[in-house]
Design a protein around this ligand. Structure first.
Ligand SMILES: [Zn+2]
Ligand SMILES: [Zn+2]
Length: 416
């Protein structure tokens, strides 16, 4: 009887998390989160510090599911995007989860009834800016696609019911009432990245040929990060000192950021290290990086990752987002600047070996290893398993560090 009770409670919890649509959409036998160590856990969300929403998790090919994660601090509903391969589809999937009303408390205008209206509103009012790790299309296409509607109108404060969450909530909290400053924050989001990334976006995407030059028309600002330099995220929306003081404990303004160059075959990519200034908790996000297919670019990919490790605090790091494009059987010369499970586990063992001066035992135990950018299988696989399962299995087999390996599903939030 007791066992049946437990099973019933479990079923009730699952149904509470997933809407009926999501359950029908998921092919549980192959792709449901339950086989991948569970990306959503009610219990973990209670004690979590951060929330991430995977908007796109695959590495190329499937244009509806390309690299992008939203991140916020629990308690906030203002997000920053880490890469922007897919935005719309990820948010519309996320909005089918009941998680939304439970943890984020998002208010929609009265007119936002249809799923597409809600998705658009979420993008407009709840994404503060975009951190782009490198300019490959599978990391920027979503931003380009949503850009024509990625702003709030000047009369947003007249919307009914009055909205005090997201970007509008930020303006209210800052008591910004003068129209030019309001309009700058409501209509101009920030695209953040290393100079090489931003120049590529400016010259090759928003160039009035491939796409209208929306930054040129006042819709976006570029914020140029210098590698290895520390920033406060409050710097990114151009506030004065007294305004910064008001929101210094709010996400993302209580976050320090450092970016690092990474090698990605023939171009530079980026790792972003975020640190909460109150708790010192860290989150590391790697855009594409890994083993080059040839030596012609002359970039020491391992050393670049060790530069990131130098600043990772193994006692406060909460999550490492890293790409794993291919399974272990892929030869070096076919990696094109990407990683396999064995490369990732070797790098994490190096992190513990190099940056553990106090010899703490199992310092990464329970740290979330969020695996992204898995390339879908395009040929035969052992037992016809999907690539996600093969990679998950390979990671688990060499997980002697006790990491909490997560293969995220698009739209399914993860508490960190
Ligand atoms: Zn790439
Ligand atoms: Zn990529």
């Amino acid at each position: 009887m007791k066992l049946i009770g437990i099973i019933l409670v479990f079923i009730l919890i699952i149904n509470n998390i997933k809407s009926e649509d999501a359950l029908i959409d998921d092919d549980i036998s192959d792709y449901g989160s339950s086989i991948y160590s569970g990306s959503f856990s009610e219990k973990e969300c209670k004690s979590a510090s951060f929330i991430t929403i995977p908007l796109g998790t695959a590495g190329g090919l499937d244009e509806s599911n390309l690299s992008s994660f939203l991140i916020t601090k629990k308690g906030s509903n203002l997000f920053i995007a880490l890469d922007a391969g897919t935005i719309w589809k990820g948010i519309s999937k996320f909005l089918t989860y009941r998680f939304n009303s439970q943890y984020l408390n998002i208010t929609y205008p009265n007119w936002a009834i249809l799923p597409e209206q809600k998705t658009a509103w979420f993008i407009k009012n709840h994404i503060l800016g975009y951190f782009i790790g490198h300019p490959h299309l599978d990391h920027v296409a979503g931003l380009i696609d949503v850009s024509p509607e990625d702003y709030l109108p000047n009369n947003a404060f007249d919307i009914q019911p009055p909205i005090s969450s997201g970007l509008l909530g930020l303006l209210l909290r800052l008591r910004i009432t003068d129209a030019p400053t309001q309009s700058a924050i409501l209509q101009k989001k920030t695209i953040v990245g290393l100079q090489s990334t931003l120049i590529a976006i400016q010259n090759h995407l928003f160039n009035n040929l491939i796409w209208p030059n929306l930054p040129g028309y006042g819709r976006y600002d570029y914020y140029n990060l210098q590698a290895d330099r520390e920033y406060y995220l409050s710097d990114l929306i151009f506030l004065n000192e007294s305004q910064k003081e008001i929101i210094k404990n709010d996400f993302p303004h209580n976050i320090k950021l450092k970016s690092y160059e990474l090698c990605h075959d023939s171009i530079m990519s980026t790792a972003f290290l975020f640190q909460d200034t109150q708790t010192n908790q860290q989150i590391v996000f790697f855009s594409d990086t890994g083993v080059p297919s040839s030596n012609t670019f002359g970039c020491d990919w391992k050393q670049k990752i060790y530069n990131v490790w130098r600043d990772v605090n193994i006692t406060t790091v909460q999550a490492i987002f890293i790409e794993c494009s291919f399974p272990n059987s892929t030869p070096d010369n076919l990696l094109y600047g990407h990683l396999r499970p064995k490369d990732i586990m070797a790098l994490l063992k190096d992190l513990v070996a190099r940056e553990n001066p106090q010899n703490i035992k199992n310092p990464l135990k329970g740290v979330k290893l969020i695996i992204q950018h898995i390339k879908p299988a395009v040929g035969p696989t052992p037992q016809n398993l999907p690539q996600k399962r093969i990679i998950y299995k390979e990671l688990c087999q060499s997980n002697t560090l006790g990491l909490n390996i997560i293969i995220p599903d698009q739209g399914e939030p993860i508490c960190i």
